[in-house]
Design a protein around this ligand. Structure first.
Ligand code: PLP
Length: 424
């Protein structure tokens, strides 16, 4: 980790060209890498030497971008994935096996909820969902013998619940399991969950990190802080021989890098959800301005939230950085400089009024996206969370009338004027 400040890391981390090399991170658009001896290549396959041999496992462009995000989060190692979904799937699958169990805060992104509630269940991994605001006792009660991880989102999409990271970390560690945090909405500019006890941090880089809605992508960052070998019986995948790699024991061979090495050598090898080097290149350009964009997203969102709150047709507004919000105190603690640019609200006319108001927006577009430079809007109950039933919707913190508004970095007066005319 470099000692640079965040702004400098956004620009400089991850890539340092040598004399006469390209100043800008090149796109290594190559599936493969040349070697002069067969023996050398063999050693790479045995993980005896490090080096590139096939882009499904590692690529220099991807590695540089992963290293930058790792530095921003204060981690020890990171890997890019093809999407945020792949990042969360791998983050869990890297440490669970058939018959295991995880504990999750129930306010989650819809895709993640489906992944944990249904898809991993078919693979024999169970999840218990807890109220994100539950007490320590309630959280404790969700654990089982076979629990291997706790999962939550710093700011839940779209419920905008701020997770009490310290509480979740404390309880996870008391049970000898890691806390995995999806930090997509806050970004490391506003919150670094590792500083509050998270062990693994994931992102959908598709959102603010890319920032321009150009590339779907994800990342997993390991803090290096979780002592897998102190809980060896829980994590045999990391602490006992991997027969598919000539009996390597990841914790013995790679120490603090064990988690990401296993995710690369085993999960990427077998499941192959890599990010394309082209996308990693564009993601890197997005990261170079993340520190400039996030404060503007937050500032604009607060103004939009205050405008909505004062409007006679608006029933409720949720924005954790707005005084009076349910999560204001937690937001101030974990994200003193701002939370994100996403807010939610409901209209007095309910679900039908929500849909009509959205249809009347002119500049702000209805899109299945969130957290990029352009303001956009979505009705989760009709779109992202459409597959959920009423009970699941409420558990995920999605009221049927909820409008998710992603405030962009346009001039805020233009954003408010568009909302105003639509409401009228
Ligand atoms: C969008 C999102 C995901 C899924 O990411 P994709 O890149 O769309 O696969 C996961 N978690 C959160 C919080 C998200 O907002």
């Amino acid at each position: 980790m470099s000692n640079y400040k965040m702004e400098t890391k956004c620009i400089q981390s991850g890539y340092e060209p040598g004399n006469g090399e390209p100043r800008v991170l090149p796109i290594y658009q190559s599936t493969t890498y040349r070697y002069t001896s067969s023996e050398q290549m063999g050693k790479l396959f045995d993980l005896e030497e490090s080096g590139y041999f096939y882009t499904r496992l590692q690529n220099p462009t991807n590695d540089a971008v992963a290293a930058k995000i790792c530095d921003l989060e204060g981690g020890i190692a990171a890997m890019l994935t093809s999407s945020g979904q792949a990042a969360n799937f791998y983050a869990i699958m890297n440490i669970v096996e058939q018959g295991d169990h995880i504990v999750c805060a129930s306010a989650l992104y819809g895709g993640t909820y489906n992944l944990f509630a249904h898809t991993i269940k078919k693979m024999g991994v169970d999840a218990t969902f807890v109220d994100p605001d539950c007490t320590e006792e309630e959280l404790n009660a969700a654990f089982q013998e076979n629990t291997k991880a706790v999962f939550g989102e710093t700011i839940a999409n779209p419920a905008l619940v701020v997770l009490d990271l310290e509480k979740y970390a404390k309880v996870a560690h008391e049970h000898g399991v890691p806390l995995i945090i999806d930090n997509t909405f806050a970004t490391p500019i506003n919150c670094r969950p590792i500083e509050w006890g998270a062990d693994i941090v994931t992102h959908s880089t598709t959102k603010y990190m890319d920032g321009h809605a150009t590339c779907v992508g994800g990342v997993i960052v390991d803090s290096g802080n979780f002592a897998w070998d102190e809980h060896a019986d829980k994590f045999p995948g990391l602490t006992t021989a991997d027969e598919t790699y000539h009996g390597i024991v990841y914790t013995e061979k790679f120490g603090k890098l064990a988690y990401i090495m296993k995710a690369t050598a085993q999960l990427m090898r077998d499941l192959g959800s890599i990010q394309s080097p082209q996308n990693a290149f564009l993601l890197n350009i997005g990261l170079e301005t993340l520190h400039l964009r996030m404060p503007r997203h937050c500032e604009n969102a607060l103004k939009v939230a205050e405008f909505l709150k004062a409007h006679e047709k608006v029933a409720w507004v949720s924005f954790p950085s707005m005084p009076g919000d349910r999560y204001y105190d937690l937001a101030k603690k974990y994200m003193p400089n701002g939370t994100c640019g996403v807010l939610t609200f409901g209209l007095k006319g309910g679900r039908d009024a929500a849909v009509e108001m959205m249809d009347r927006l002119k500049m702000v577009a209805i899109v299945t996206h969130v957290a990029d430079a352009r303001s956009c809007v979505l009705h989760p109950a009709s779109h992202t969370h459409r597959q959920m039933n009423e009970k699941e919707l409420l558990e995920a913190g999605v009221q049927p009338d909820l409008i998710r508004f992603s405030v962009g970095i346009e001039n805020v007066e233009d954003i408010i004027a568009d909302i105003e005319q639509a409401l009228r």
